[in-house]
Design a protein around this ligand. Structure first.
Ligand code: SAM
Length: 369
């Protein structure tokens, strides 16, 4: 059984330095591997109403688990202020996540604030949100009205018993399907549906999911089960490599590869040869894409992580609450990104202990998926 983790005490986080010379953002920042800063994922809560066995297993995230107290969370004003600075540095896409982002009270208000931002070149942001779909039927229209453009919905099975086994809170699959319909009706598309595939748990759902979403306007994406965090007891034997997913689907529904939409796209794209739609494959384990990873992550309490597999974050909240100016925060963010050299997924085979010389990897529910 995984050992209980108390994140806050175990992280070796640091307060970022403010550079001596402050320069304005140029909209173009590069890290040590020439990767620009393009996407920002913002975790708005570390809480979730599901207990997916591969993400927030019940044995760890039980009633005694120490979630962040409300005052530790970045306020909507703090999030928007930081997001504005990231956008000035070149971020064009913001994804709200968690935990379950629809659990954050008045999330529509944050969406409305972020929807006002314009990219460095003056275009609207690509503003999206990842959800388990449980509250989507209720919230789709108000999210759309607030300015959200689209959603990604996580759905690991169509078979109700399998789905309930995975979410571990007895949540019925029909309710998530209803949420997807409501999001579509509200215009929150194109909708991506993410399925994490775990061998022996839901891999028999690959074909039913493919059949179900073919001919629909939604894009189904298969995600390799990853070794994020330390609580899910990850084992390589549980991973179904993406090429196996393609093989299994193609045996019934022939597929052919498609070009990427843009450099840095996480999913590789395939289309059904008969023209009935496309799927995506996110292969962070077997075909790492660190070389063009352009994502920064802001945790629920305002720590910046430059890799999903990081063991430490950079405490932007400390700077914010200590009264740093926008110019100082801008300088600190630039310095952090310019020093970034993370490429965990490409090196995991030689360093399975994580980045920065071991230590506990941060949980996905805290950093944001
Ligand atoms: N609660 C929201 C949801 O369910 O979509 C957002 C947060 S969740 C952490 C984001 C995504 O991460 C989900 O699609 C989830 O399936 C995925 N995820 C979590 N743990 C994972 C793991 N070990 N490997 C691959 N994907 C994982």
């Amino acid at each position: 059984m995984p050992e209980k983790i108390i994140l806050l005490n175990e992280q070796r986080d640091s307060v970022p330095a403010i550079p001596a010379t402050l320069s304005p953002a140029t909209g173009l920042l590069s890290d040590t591997l020439a990767r620009p800063l393009h996407d920002l994922r913002i975790s708005v809560t570390d809480r979730c109403n599901f207990r997916c066995v591969y993400c927030m297993p019940k044995e760890v995230f039980d009633k005694d688990y120490a979630y962040l107290p409300h005052k530790a969370l970045l306020s909507f004003e703090e999030i928007t202020r930081l997001a504005t600075l990231f956008v000035a540095h070149g971020v064009e896409k913001i994804r709200l996540t968690g935990g379950e982002p629809l659990l954050r009270k008045d999330i529509e208000r944050l969406v409305a604030m972020l929807a006002q931002l314009k990219t460095a070149s003056g275009r609207p942001l690509d503003l999206t949100l990842t959800t388990n779909g449980a509250l989507l039927a209720r919230k789709a229209q108000s999210l759309r009205d607030a300015g959200l453009q689209r959603v990604t919905v996580s759905l690991d099975a169509l078979d109700d018993a399998t789905f309930k086994r995975m979410n571990d809170v007895d949540f019925a699959v029909d309710e998530v399907l209803g949420g997807i319909d409501a999001a579509h009706a509200a215009g929150l598309g194109p909708i991506k549906v993410n399925m994490v595939v775990k061998r022996g748990m839901n891999d028999d759902q690959i074909l039913p999911m493919a059949r179900h979403f073919r001919h629909s306007p939604h894009i189904l994406r298969f995600i390799e089960y990853m070794d994020v965090g330390d609580s899910n007891g990850w084992n390589m034997a549980d991973v179904i490599p993406s090429n196996e997913v393609v093989r299994r689907i193609s045996a019934e529904l022939p597929l052919e590869p498609l070009e990427a939409n843009y450099s840095g796209e996480t999913a590789s794209r395939w289309r059904y040869v008969d023209g009935s739609g496309e799927i995506g494959l996110i292969s962070s384990v077997t075909q790492a894409f660190c070389h063009d990873c352009t994502r920064a992550r802001l945790s629920t309490e305002g720590k910046l992580y430059t890799c999903l597999f990081a063991t430490r974050g950079h405490d932007l909240r400390a700077l914010l609450r200590d009264g740093a100016s926008d110019a100082e925060l801008t300088g600190a963010i630039a310095q952090l990104w310019q020093a970034r050299g993370d490429r965990y997924s490409e090196t995991r085979t030689i360093n399975t202990e994580g980045l920065a010389g071991g230590g506990k990897k941060v949980e996905m529910s805290y950093i944001g998926g």
